[in-house]
Design a protein around this ligand. Sequence first.
Ligand code: ZN
Length: 81
Amino acid sequence: MAKREKMKCMYCGRTFFKGQGVIIKISDETFYFHSKKCALEFFKRLMERIPPEVSLPAAKSLQRELEEVIKKKEEASKKKF
Ligand SMILES: [Zn+2]
């Protein structure tokens, strides 16, 4: 029987079983959150600490990438008709 490992949410301190929460890896550090909400709150606060000259180009590049994916999906659904 596999032992269910208990994790602690690093945002609110609630405990949860490994595999149920949200896991975020940055380099070789792992951060555990019991819910998406806690992970999102952590990210919001993390973003406030990253200088805009670093975060903005990364956000813009991700935005462009996602726009491309959406565009392709929209084109693919148009072709069906
Ligand atoms: Zn939490």
